[in-house]
Design a protein around this ligand. Sequence first.
Ligand SMILES: Cc1ncc(C[n+]2csc(CCOP(=O)(O)OP(=O)(O)O)c2C)c(N)n1
Ligand code: SF4
Length: 251
Amino acid sequence: MTTKILELPPNLPKSQNEEAGASKFCPGCGHGMVLKTLAFAIDELELKEKSVFGCDIGCSLLSWNYMDIDTVQTHHGRTTAVIYGVTRANPEAIGIAYMGDGGGLAIGAQHLVNAAVRGEKMLIVLVNNTNYGMTGGQMSPTTLPGQRTETTPYGRDCSVTGKPAKGAEMIAAIADSDKSYVARASVSNLRKLRSTFKKALKNVNEGGFSFVEVLSICPLNWRTNNVDTWARLQTMEEFFEVKEFVSREGL
Ligand SMILES: Cc1ncc(C[n+]2csc(CCOP(=O)(O)OP(=O)(O)O)c2C)c(N)n1
Ligand code: SF4
């Protein structure tokens, strides 16, 4: 019986690289879930051959060989600019820029704002785990009020740091609503995340700009067990509204 189970092929999307080997993310990390869900959405829309994937610095760079599609790895915060360079050079391409909240909302914020205002033909996936994951868990723009991190050991004090940045709300306010898709989803509901990615990719395939923020988990730096990790994600979902902010008919 055990042998039979071991013989079953893994349920991997075609757009995921089978030869990448064991996941490089920490056990329980949200990045693997987001990437696999994204790969399933690419498969479903048959966009694998047209897609170009860009990963940022941060834990997102661990996806450098994760997708079985053309991939480029860039400097921290610059993935957005590199990917819209790709789609400007090749307007047929589906550009996907994959980054953390630090890459998108701190060091790469200027590119994010300009890509949204100009309606660049691309999908930006911003994985919000409320900290700088790769460098050991410092405060990021999206760290929750009162959240303890390496650089806020007594909890984030918003009277000193300002309030957390709400990426999807900001992009919804500046993006061209005629050609944009803007949403926030969560790794707590992968079925919903997949349909969100599908709408976002369809919008890009039709020449639009898409932004999907995904609320994700970082048990290593949060120092949380399973129960506390999911409780933290629930707190995030209360603070960061999970919904579609901008959409259009036909997606
Ligand atoms: C120009 C530059 N500044 C700082 C760093 C150091 N650095 C590497 S990863 C990182 C934080 C990444 O956090 P985030 O973008 O939120 O992604 P995560 O690791 O959480 O997925 C920083 C500050 C760098 N690589 N390059
Ligand atoms: S540090 Fe956090 S975000 Fe990075 S791989 Fe580990 S769990 Fe994932």
